[in-house]
Design a protein around this ligand. Structure first.
Ligand code: PLP
Length: 334
């Protein structure tokens, strides 16, 4: 067992990462200016780097993934229009109804398939005809990864084709897009290609303390920039934060594979203890245990300094060799 003063291993989420010394150094050295004037060189460099990485015309640095998705919906849709999203998608379920509250944009949820896709026959079935009884359907939102699962590339292509046929825009909530790209060994550009807009979180597995990016055409990003200002999201010397994001894009994408491998090894040990009950995708592990079995096991892990609060465990940048070993020891001690 680890010494009592060993720091806890926090597997509650990949949002708990703290900036590394190298990242803090980059933040401390960041050149800054007033980003509302468009004059912060570090923000501009982050946006240009991200746009090149995903082969989109333009990018916007925003406060959070929630803000990025909200800006996407509001930039694609007008009042009285609607967006389609999976019934458990973050952009429908976990964003406080922002599109409806702040944009008067109606959500049209659609039951998701087990692989995280929004089935395209169901999308087709809920798109409203041009009739004054109905809200105008404008946008399809998909999520990648979804509960850790990368969306199949063919699905992305088919979703893009369907959206073009139906005159919808396609937005990808790519909070963990780089996990998908690394897991599938596909260039992230190819995943972004069928989509009109993409959001990406810098503050999850990539390890930045704050921030997300929204990407799309120049015209789309200009609309989003105006709306970001309206929402109070115009930040001034934001280069201090953007420097962390830039560092994350440069240094922390390729290493995501390490998180996936650790998750796989931890899941394998969990499977010895709970055969057939454990699923793992990219950096996430799901324990399919009934409450009566789950609760005492989570309590045991907490008592061994492994912070877990849900049947979902997430591996990230701050889980090193020692933390992985400690997690595995604690599982074996159960
Ligand atoms: C975390 C997350 C977001 C929102 O990000 P915040 O920065 O927490 O607002 C959006 N979509 C998905 C899929 C996420 O996991």
């Amino acid at each position: 067992m680890a010494p009592a003063n060993a720091p806890a291993v926090d597997l509650r989420s990949d949002t708990v990462t703290r900036p590394t010394p190298g990242m803090r150094e980059a933040m401390a050295r960041a050149e800054v200016g007033d980003d509302v004037f468009g004059e912060d060189p570090t923000v501009n460099r982050l946006q240009a780097t991200a746009a090149a990485l995903l082969d989109k015309e333009a990018a916007l640095f925003v406060s959070s993934g929630t803000q990025a998705n909200l800006l996407a919906v509001l930039s694609h849709c007008q009042r009285g229009e609607e967006y389609i999203a999976g019934d458990h998608a973050h952009a429908y379920w976990y964003e406080a109804g922002g599109a409806a509250v702040l944009g008067s944009v109606q959500p049209q949820p659609v039951p998701m398939a087990a692989d995280g896709t929004v089935p395209l026959d169901r999308v087709r079935a809920v798109v409203k005809p041009d009739d004054f009884h109905f809200a105008r359907t404008r946008l399809l939102c998909i999520e990648n990864t979804c509960n850790g699962k990368p969306l199949p590339r063919d699905y992305l292509i088919d979703a893009g084709t369907l959206c073009r046929e139906l005159g919808l825009a396609l937005h990808m909530d790519g909070a963990r897009l780089f996990n998908a790209a690394i897991a599938q060994n596909i260039d992230a550009k190819a995943l972004a290609e069928p989509c009109d807009s993409v959001s990406v979180c810098l503050s999850k597995g990539l390890g930045a303390p704050v921030g997300s990016l929204l990407l799309g055409s120049v015209e789309f990003i200009a609309r989003a920039r105006r709306l970001r200002k309206m929402l109070g999201g115009g930040m001034r010397q934001a280069g201090i934060l953007a420097a962390a994001g830039l560092y994350a894009l440069e240094k922390h994408i390729a290493r995501l594979v390490v998180d996936h491998v650790r998750a796989e090894r931890i899941a394998a040990v969990l499977s010895e203890r709970f055969p057939g009950k454990i699923r793992q995708h990219t950096n996430m592990i799901f324990l399919g245990l009934p409450d009566g079995q789950l609760k005492p096991f989570l309590a045991h892990m907490n008592a061994h300094g492994i912070l877990v609060s849900r049947p979902r465990w997430v591996v990230h940048l701050d889980v090193d060799d020692a933390a992985e070993a400690r997690t595995i020891d604690a599982i074996r001690a159960y």
